[in-house]
Design a binder for this molecule. Structure first.
Ligand SMILES: Nc1ncnc2c1ncn2[C@@H]1O[C@H](COP(=O)(O)OP(=O)(O)OP(=O)(O)O)[C@@H](O)[C@H]1O
Ligand SMILES: [Mg+2]
Length: 245
């Protein structure tokens, strides 16, 4: 049986210009992979951040395992933060910290009992996993956009998440680096990880998604199993309006 793990219920999110997210209700299934697709500026990143509890809706509710995330107590919130990991579209690495410091922080927060040596080993293993082999004592400004993505992905792997939020996570990566991350995602899928990802890449969507959610102009246009949505007819429409390429 399939259970929803994250649920958005009549969610609105607005800025001065008006509604960015307009009455969106979605259920994300546990241990499944959902691709969020749609045109640029349509609200995909905002939906992903609302689902991860990083943005708070102006109206409506977001539930994680049937708990309203707005009312989680501190320990529930910490558990949610440890279980879930986010790769931001712009990587969101701290400009004034070294890569090592950036990677050290989640471990210090979630595993305070870890020794320096254990932290160093964990950091080494996640950076090797994503294929980053250069210096960890430099700051993000010294990295290419693709390398920043790798570090952002490595950071997301640090605490062995059971819930992954990935925003345009292969953008600016060459094919070899992107394939490496795809392999990691496949392994996470075999481990029953719940994955929500945003992408324009049809190949990724076809290869990885169980479900597809379409967001256009801040509204939910469709939400269904991939095979129902990626029909020949709809695919033509998607390609025409540039949702995928
Ligand atoms: N904090 C904010 N304040 C004002 N406007 C915002 C804010 N966050 C997002 N927006 C606007 O909301 C709209 C949706 O943004 P969002 O980043 O969610 O789109 P997206 O679908 O992820 O686009 P892209 O494919 O380009 O990444 C955009 O028009 C954006 O400018
Ligand atoms: Mg975006």
């Amino acid at each position: 049986m399939m259970n929803e793990i994250i649920e958005l219920k009549n969610v609105f999110f607005s800025a001065q210009e008006g509604n960015i997210i307009d009455d969106v209700s979605i259920e994300f299934m546990a241990s499944k992979t959902t691709a969020i697709v749609g045109p640029s500026g349509g609200g995909k990143s905002t939906v992903l951040k609302l689902a991860a509890g990083l943005l708070v809706p102006d109206q409506g509710e977001v539930f994680y395992k049937d708990r309203n995330i707005a009312y989680m107590n501190r320990s529930e919130n910490m558990e949610f933060r440890r279980e879930g990991a986010f790769v931001f579209q712009d990587s969101a690495l701290w400009a004034n910290q070294t890569l090592f410091q950036i990677l050290e922080l989640p471990l210090k927060i979630h595993y305070p009992e870890m020794s320096n040596k254990q932290r160093g080993e964990r950091i080494k293993s996640v950076t090797e996993l994503v294929g980053y082999r250069k210096n960890l004592n430099i700051r993000p400004a010294g990295l290419s956009m693709g390398e920043q993505k790798l570090i952002a992905f490595a950071r997301a792997m640090l605490c062995s998440p059971s819930l992954l939020f990935l925003d345009e996570w292969t953008e600016s990566l060459d094919e070899t680096a992107a394939d490496r991350l795809v392999d990691i995602v496949r392994r996470k899928q075999r481990e029953q990880t719940t994955i929500l990802f945003v992408s324009h890449d049809l190949r990724l969507i076809m290869d990885l998604a169980d479900f597809v959610v379409v967001i256009i102009d801040g509204k939910l246009q469709a939400s269904a199993p991939k095979d129902q949505i990626i029909t020949d007819l709809l695919l033509k429409d998607f390609l025409k309006i540039g949702i995928v390429s």
